[in-house]
Design a protein around this ligand. Sequence first.
Ligand code: NI
Length: 248
Amino acid sequence: MQLALSTWHEVEDYLRASRGIIIPIGATEQHGPNGLIGTDHLDAEFVAKGVGDETGALVAPTLTIGMSQHHLGFTGTITLRPSTLIAVVNDVVTSLIRHGFERFLFINGHGGNVATVSAAFDEIYASVSMRPPAETWPVRCRMVFWFQGKQCSALRKQLYGDAEGSHATPSEVSLAQFYHPQAIKHAQMSPKVAPRSDRFSDAADYRRRYPDGRIGSDPSLSSPDDGERLYKAAVADMAELYRAFLAN
Ligand code: NI
């Protein structure tokens, strides 16, 4: 069930049965020679909608722009500053709290969002903790990567091994290819597997270390058939995780 395709009466009815909501979050940033700029938010949205179908969960509109300052050296990237993204997440969650939502599962497609969204969750919790007198508060926020569950992690390893890398990965490109087959791109990778390291600072530093945008990956291995397998594994993993999250 998608919030954007529901009426307010339907959302009221939903809240009588469940207090949970899934919020897809990603980024709008370069994804190497054959990856779409929207990869991170498209993948998060695709899996989130699948989990919504599987569990009956309400799925919020996708937060399509994330914290991507380090990708600004590549044309087409759009970023929010950390302070802006903290404010966006805080306002989205606080709006939904007003209606009675209590469990917020963010399904994430972008590593650069982790520190900032964690800080936003701390802002949300702090605003309650600092309110006198202390009150019990049932709101819980959690963020997970769409690919981090057991089945999907095992499949990524089986399909791509070390060529999975950590940015512009064959798994995230495959999933986007299955979601939008009309937008599949092909490109030569040189070197075949991109350089890897987990250290970078600003956009110029990132571009110098990773000239075509990839980190440690070979996304020429991507295929929409792999994307279909990854989709099924990710939806199963995330549905299980969502049910467990609602239960405690
Ligand atoms: Ni990505």
